[in-house]
Design a binder for this molecule. Sequence first.
Ligand code: UDX
Length: 470
Amino acid sequence: MRLTVIGTGYLGAVHAACMADIGHDVLGVDVDPEKITALTEGRTPFYEPGLDDVLARTLASGRLRFTTSLREAAAHGEVHFICVGTPQQPGSPAADLRHVDAVVDGLAPHLPASCLVVGKSTVPVGTTSRLTTRIADLAPAGVRAAVAWNPEFLREGFAVEDTLHPDRLVVGATSREADDTLRRVYAPMLAAGVPYISTDPNTAELVKVAANSFLATKISFINAMAEVCDAVGADVATLADALGHDSRIGRRFLNAGIGFGGGCLPKDIRAFTARAEELGVGTAVAFLDQVDAINQRQRTRTVALARRTAGGDLTGLRVTVLGATFKPNSDDVRDSPALAIASALHHEGADVRVHDPEGTANAQLAHPELSCSTDLLTACQGTELVLHLTEWSQYRELDPFKLARAVRTPLLIDGRNALAHAEWRAAGWTVRALGRPAPTNHTDADRPHDPLRTTVASPSTEVDRTTALA
Ligand code: UDX
């Protein structure tokens, strides 16, 4: 099938390459000529594991091309996928739909005959209906253009896998014909048994914001429990493990830490509350304000923990932040809790160095005040406090003995509860984490956090050095 994919960011570039990979003839479109040149030459303009390979083989097959021209796109596609960003509006919780509207305005006047426009971006409920009218107004007389919504659930870092092997496909269409067209687009996935949920556009749009709201709520729930654990010296990691064994709850997305960030969850829950207000059902999702507040609080609580650990004042303290991106296996620093914390420490007078394997260029652009490095030992040399804020696998593979020799003070805050605390303590480190008690001879707080564990480790025999250092 002849498809166009408009918008070649994290979502669109992956969708375009994967649609070509399953056999379609795809034209990717973007307003940014540099991005289009890079993609045409097989260079991915961002870090996404596996995308380079798919891009290389689909470009070589001749089934994937790129352009900046919406006129060319209109002529090419029987199905046009809209994959542009819907960021938060400046100064408002609502979504900014100007890129979606610009695509429709640029495409509609050139549409040749009958076609299907399919939105994949995350949008406020009601957008399909609004765009249907807009396209009808702008398209030449006699053109039959249907609009459907087919939300995308891909996770950065697993985007290729999630696109080629989604756990479900959701399509909101108003006609049988539109639904059938999308079934043909996704025929290989349907043949592989991927569940296909055919519904109306409002429901399809809502599925996406409801899914992200649920995930955000789950994370903030466990982070709220971390606050309670801190009040009584209980252990949130053990609590999460114990909850997770209940199959109705499940262990995934119950990792307590510095909270969620990225280009989706934070802005999506805010846009949902704004849209619900407009619809007169703001109270129904008012809890999402609390979800957001708990999430923000984890950042300030982490800074407060750093301050406390440093003895009450961060001025002049040499601090190393491990991780800048909002999650591992990505170079995306949008609304990154790691960077927000690094910046707050800097503004409290700490001398902050940030390390990240892939995200330093974006981090430096977003926070020019921070000093960033891709060399771990340089970033840690002579430091007095290390904060582990993005759980890249190489941080879990660090040798804490070796690192202890590079730093000035072996003091670690594990903001992701992902390091093997007992090993770090055995190497002489003092380890702190939100929702985790300081170890005593009788607690299990030292054990590595492993969600798959089912039994409790033997009690730690380590002597707590924290009070001496803090
Ligand atoms: C999310 C949704 O998962 C995806 O379905 C949607 O299409 C886009 O938004 P993504 O933004 O790539 O995907 O990241 P995700 O893996 O969901 O993580 C979001 C944030 O939550 C990250 O900052 C992550 O570190 C944090 N997180 C996740 C936690 O703090 N604890 C957890 O247990 C899980």
